[in-house]
Design a protein around this ligand. Structure first.
Ligand SMILES: Cc1cc2nc3c(=O)[nH]c(=O)nc-3n(C[C@H](O)[C@H](O)[C@H](O)COP(=O)(O)OP(=O)(O)OC[C@H]3O[C@@H](n4cnc5c(N)ncnc54)[C@H](O)[C@@H]3O)c2cc1C
Length: 502
């Protein structure tokens, strides 16, 4: 029986875990949080599949390729879109409570860039319902979970992955887990943009950094999707489904200035240009009425009241674009294999060439389910790994940890993290240019050179969140370098990577 280690417990990880288990593997899922939390549970709008009247897989493929602006791989897109109807049927069969039409079919809504209402949804709690259903199902299958374990290093011998090293957050001890294959499903890196991101604190690209350190190839790291409608003060997302239902974007004069249902890169750019003219931007859904909002968008209303103090039933919501999704990641082939043997990557940490320069709303939840299953099936078939002895790497990691505990920091990494987030939003945001990217790279490189000045102030070994934050900071700094370098070197202005100077 192959032993499969899955790092992450979002939708990609759980889909992979279920498939690996059903293909006879012994599966362990490891997460730095809990399996009921991740970006997956924040997804609101829906999951795409061409199952509605008049829609077709061909049309789904065409919309996806158009939005990707030439940077997606047609084979990968065709694989994902053609498996979408089965993915929805499977989610339905394991109990995802999709919203229904009056005649009992799975309801679908239209998101930006889609030529048909194609996103299947569960009110505006789609990701939460999918994740919790997958978790229930994984538990029924007897999949093992190890929570509050922070990935530090992958174990790779002779270019073959055979496990990983984790910090057990609860005990403060470093642990090794060995396996015949490893699936990275550790999510994206939008939190580089700190408070200018719709993502949770955990989206720090840890798995991507560990994979790159182990020799895996990364791709398209500069492609960051800015979602057009995040709440102005908190960057909490107001789903595209609000625009799909007829929500209007207005400037301070109450004028519409863009077709709200264009792909995200185009709508965000239009908003950005208005904002540069000094306009404030609002999302108006007041005309949709209480019954519709309470039935279809109940979470959006709660979020707007809670985080912006505005009731969308009564007045337009102040919004701004915010970093939302990272198209770049670990380069994988159609079987989700990275360049390292028996190391797979899937979901937002991977670059599977389905989103290209701009992801379509509803295609990420689809990718994590369809490609998660492919990764799990393949990982379960890996041959037995060579026995590895992690003693040396454990000793090295423990020594690094002891050094960190002994050191008194000279600089506050929380302040630096926040400053870097602001700088990325300003200089590597919706529009970029060589001069500002160069300045940004210099800041990142100087901070990296001075890494020794940073450290932890909480010296408790047990449940030390300061230590976790520090490791995330180190990873974000490395991600910052990949993103800024990629953006500086890529002179093609395309999709989410828009250079104003070329
Ligand atoms: C607010 C919001 C709304 C969205 N709405 C939609 C939508 O409607 N439709 C759509 O298609 N997409 C949507 N998306 C995008 C989509 O939700 C994500 O891209 C997708 O869920 C990513 O899934 P994942 O499994 O790859 O990663 P995640 O769900 O982010 O899971 C990553 C996992 O890795 C773990 N992890 C990370 N680092 C470590 C480490 N060092 N050690 C151990 N574990 C680690 C995390 O704890 C987590 O369990 C939305 C995203 C957001 C933020």
């Amino acid at each position: 029986m192959a032993k499969v280690l899955i790092i992450g417990a979002g939708g990609a990880a759980l889909s992979a875990a279920i498939a690996a288990k059903q293909n006879g593997a012994d599966v362990t899922v490891v997460t730095k949080e809990y399996p009921t939390r991740s970006q997956t549970c924040m997804a609101q709008g829906g999951i795409n599949a061409a199952i509605g009247d008049g829609d077709s897989v061909e049309s789904h493929i065409a919309d996806t390729l158009k939005s990707a602006k030439g940077l997606a791989d047609e084979k990968a897109v065709t694989l994902m879109c053609s498996k979408a109807p089965d993915a929805i049927a499977w989610l339905d069969s394991i109990g995802v409570p999709f919203s229904r039409t009056e005649d009992g079919h799975i309801a679908q809504r239209r998101l930006g860039g889609a030529s048909h209402p194609r996103a299947c949804y569960a009110q505006d709690y789609t990701g939460l319902k999918i994740l919790h259903t997958l978790y229930d199902y994984a538990n029924k299958l007897g999949i093992e979970f190890a929570n509050e374990r922070f990935l530090l290093e992958l174990l790779v011998e002779n270019n073959r992955a055979c496990g990983a090293i984790f910090l057990n957050i609860k005990t403060g001890k470093v642990e090794a887990m060995t396996a015949d294959s490893v699936i990275l499903a550790s999510g994206g890196y939008s939190k580089l943009y700190h408070t200018h991101s719709t993502n949770s604190k955990a989206a720090t690209g840890d798995g991507i950094v560990a994979a790159a350190r182990a020799g895996a190839k990364l791709s398209n790291m500069e492609f960051i999707q800015f979602h057009p409608t995040a709440l102005k003060s908190s960057a909490i997302l107001i789903s595209e489904s609000a625009r799909g239902a007829g929500g209007k974007l207005l400037n301070s004069k109450g004028e519409r200035f863009v077709d709200e249902l264009k792909p995200r890169d185009e709508v965000s750019l239009a908003i950005y240009k208005e904002m540069r003219k000094g306009e404030e931007i609002f999302l108006d859904i007041t005309h949709l009425g209480e019954t519709f909002i309470e039935e279809e968008l109940p979470q959006e209303r709660k979020l707007a009241l809670l985080y912006e103090g505005v009731d969308p039933l009564k007045e337009p919501l102040p919004i701004k674009p915010a970093a939302h999704y990272t198209m770049g990641g670990i380069a994988v082939d159609l079987e989700m294999r990275s360049g390292i043997e028996s190391l797979y990557a899937v979901g937002e940490c991977s670059e599977s060439r389905v989103h290209g320069a701009n992801r379509l709303g509803g295609n990420s939840l689809l990718e994590i389910v369809v490609f998660g299953k492919i990764a799990g099936e393949n990982a379960a078939k890996e041959p037995k790994s060579i026995q590895t002895d992690p003693t040396v790497i454990l000793e090295k990691t423990n020594a690094k940890l002891d050094e960190l505990f002994a050191k008194e920091p000279k600089e506050n990494f929380y302040e630096t993290r926040s400053k870097i987030g602001d700088l990325f939003y300003a200089k590597c945001g919706i529009e970029r240019n060589a001069k500002e990217l160069k300045e940004l790279l210099e800041v990142v490189e100087t901070t990296k050179t001075n890494l020794d000045n940073f450290g932890i102030t909480d010296k408790n070994r047990v449940s030390n969140t300061n230590l976790v934050d520090y490791f995330e900071f180190e990873n974000l700094l490395q991600i910052a370098e990949y993103v800024a370098k990629g953006a500086f070197e890529n002179k093609n202005s395309i999709g989410a990577h828009r250079r104003s100077d070329v």
